[in-house]
Design a protein around this ligand. Structure first.
Ligand code: DAH
Length: 347
């Protein structure tokens, strides 16, 4: 064999050996070791380069070119192997880690308003649009505000219309309606004109049942000024009913009695469950009672600090729980305050 042939044979061997070792490389670490051994400074192919000087002049370019080819081939093989290892690693991770990027994320729980709060807010907005202010008055009241100033002196049988929780403090009780707030607004504003609503919790000493709770929500309406008439009561409340129940809601006023109004009435709205045909909800009457109302009694005006000969006013009071119950066809009033998430989620 000539020297040239021997040298070329050596290069072929270097290449074959390197590639056969590379074929068995299975991870990054082994690949790096292979790179150092086969392309590093003291690798066989690099050794060929550094010993070119010892070869015959004619042989040098030929061997240099051949060694270059081997090095380029090994570098290409290295790059390809790196790529293959990366792909294999990804495939393995996908198989073992079971990461499914197309899976939907965990839903964020969204809070919502209690059905009674929703109805209260609608009512508040409607009266707000009509120029009413919201006034808050205490839930713990005195006997005087809850009864006496509303034209029900002590021992008056009218008090029996309200089953009352009394506290151990003489004359202090949980308000049975939002009406005592009328006196508080009047005493604060007299002799200014008044146009307010008073929403809030009210309490009665009741036997618990599907229709009665000891706590419920009411909204009181109060308008006081010079020359306020029953026509304004009727117009305001009918407008309110249409805004709450819909443009073609029918209403009617029935004469009634409350100690703190004279004359007094109750307002009914055409049953929104059956549309007035008659059903179990409206007890076959076609009508649902939604509020009590009337012209503020002179005695009440006087307790509030308004001269009944100069001022007049109208008032109304509505319970929120029962009408919400009917509206959503809820079968038991006690659901409202049980805090059962399965119930609350439905609104
Ligand atoms: N306070 C009464 C109740 O709870 C409701 C009521 C009726 C309020 C007539 C009023 C009214 O302001 O004028 O039964």
């Amino acid at each position: 064999m000539t020297d040239q042939a021997k040298e070329l044979e050596k290069l072929t061997q270097i290449r074959t050996e390197a590639l056969s070792v590379l074929a068995d490389v299975r991870d990054e670490e082994a690949l790096e070791a292979w790179r150092v051994a086969n392309l590093g400074r003291s690798s066989p192919v690099m050794h060929v380069f550094s010993s070119l000087g010892q070869l015959d002049k004619e042989l040098r370019p030929l061997m240099g070119q051949a060694a270059n080819e081997v090095r380029t081939a090994l570098e290409a093989a290295l790059e390809e192997k790196q790529h293959l290892l990366k792909e294999a690693a990804l495939r393995k991770a996908l198989e073992t880690e079971q990461l499914d990027v197309t899976m939907p994320g965990r839903p964020v729980e969204r809070g919502r308003l209690h059905p009674l709060t929703q109805v209260l807010r609608r009512i508040t907005r409607i009266f707000g649009d009509m120029g009413f202010q919201v006034y808050h008055s205490p839930e713990v009241e005195t006997d005087d505000y809850n009864f006496t100033y509303l034209n029900m002196p002590p021992y008056h049988p009218a008090r029996d219309m309200w089953d009352t929780f009394y506290t151990k403090d003489e004359g202090v009780l949980l308000r049975t309606h939002t009406s005592p707030g009328q006196i508080r607004v009047m005493r604060e504003r007299a002799p200014e004109p008044i146009r307010v609503i008073l929403p809030g919790a009210t309490m009665r000493y009741e036997q618990l049942s599907a229709r009665s709770e000891i706590e419920f929500a009411q909204v009181e309406v109060l308008v006081v000024g010079e020359g306020v008439t029953f026509a304004e009561l009727k117009g305001t409340l009918e407008d309110f009913a249409r805004r709450l129940f819909g443009e073609d809601a029918r209403t009617r006023l029935r004469p009634s009695h409350f100690p703190f109004t004279e004359p007094s009435a109750e307002m009914d709205v055409g049953c929104f469950v059956c549309g007035g045909e008659g059903c179990a909800v409206c007890k076959e009457t076609g009508w649902l009672e939604i509020l009590g109302c009337g012209m503020v009694h002179p005695v009440v005006l006087e307790y509030g600090g308004y001269d009944p000969l100069v001022y007049s006013g109208f008032a109304a009071g509505m319970g929120i729980d029962r009408s919400t119950l009917m509206r959503y066809r809820i079968d038991d009033i006690r659901h409202f305050r049980n805090n059962d998430i399965r119930f609350l989620r439905q609104f």
